[in-house]
Design a protein around this ligand. Structure first.
Ligand SMILES: [Zn+2]
Length: 263
């Protein structure tokens, strides 16, 4: 597999410290000295992502690995998943508080199309088969899906076209998150918002479980955001940062937040 070396995906610095206990034998997890961002200092190239390393396959493999390594913990995880839902709002309900209607782009949309009916759905998907499935679904509702890496796919949209952009379980995979966030700014209408859900590096669960935390997935998770590093990313690209899960900021395995383009 071809590897591409990376600088800090938030601030572009090359000053970093190694985190060997949170690394994989073939993939180094490092921390940026300047902005504290945690990330992999290499990424598979997009071609391997599109074909060999399709995320769904990778996810199934990783799930199996986890199960073999820790059968009881994996079993308990699966059986108690419902507890998390008890405290979790419906994501679309709170996305709709910021984005009322209009054109919504789901980046990394997968093969699903569960965007509520008040929106015209658009998508970008790097995995070929998933892109084809969701394109057919979105075309029925007046939208479409671009099969491409995010940065390239964003070029298919005119500036000021989008009311909302959805990044659920996507930004942790993106080799160039800063460039994507920057490109989204022009594509949004004033007052438009990006909704982001990523694994939460600040969660207590990560501290307790170390390398076995569910947020580590090598090499398809490239960026390990926490609340502070997400806010830095938003600030640097002129968005207003709004954290959704304030109360559960250290107990939720994910961060839910908005990057808002000021009107
Ligand atoms: Zn940095």
């Amino acid at each position: 597999m071809k590897k591409i070396t990376r600088s800090c995906p938030v601030c572009t610095s090359d000053q970093k410290i190694a985190l060997p206990k949170l690394s994989h034998p073939e993939w180094n997890t490092v921390k940026c000295v300047k902005c504290q961002m945690v990330y992999l200092d290499a990424a598979p190239d997009y071609e391997s992502l599109s074909e060999d390393l399709a995320w769904t396959k990778q996810f199934a493999k990783e799930k199996k690995r986890r199960k073999e390594k820790e059968p009881i913990v994996a079993w308990i995880d699966a059986k108690t998943r419902w507890r998390l839902h008890m405290f979790r709002d419906d994501e679309w309900a709170y996305i709709s508080t910021r984005v009322k209607a209009g054109n919504v782009l789901d980046i990394g949309c997968g093969g699903l199309n569960n965007i509520p009916p008040q929106f015209t759905p658009f998508g970008i998907e790097i995995e070929k088969q998933a892109a084809e499935i969701s394109d057919a679904l979105m075309q029925e509702r007046g939208g479409f899906v671009v099969h491409a890496p995010a940065l390239e796919g964003l070029e298919s949209f005119e500036d000021g076209f989008l009311d909302g952009i959805i990044m659920r379980s996507y930004l942790e995979h993106e080799a160039k998150p800063r460039e994507v966030i920057k490109a989204c700014y022009n594509k949004l209408k004033p007052g438009g918002a990006i909704y982001i859900k990523v694994p939460n590096f600040d969660t207590i669960n990560r501290v307790v479980r170390g390398i076995d935390w569910c947020g580590f997935r090598f090499p398809d998770h490239l960026n390990y955001f926490g609340i502070a590093t997400l806010k830095t990313l938003a600030d640097n690209e002129n968005y207003q940062f709004v954290l959704k899960n304030k109360v559960t900021r250290y107990t939720n395995d994910n961060v839910h937040c908005f990057f808002i383009k000021q009107s």
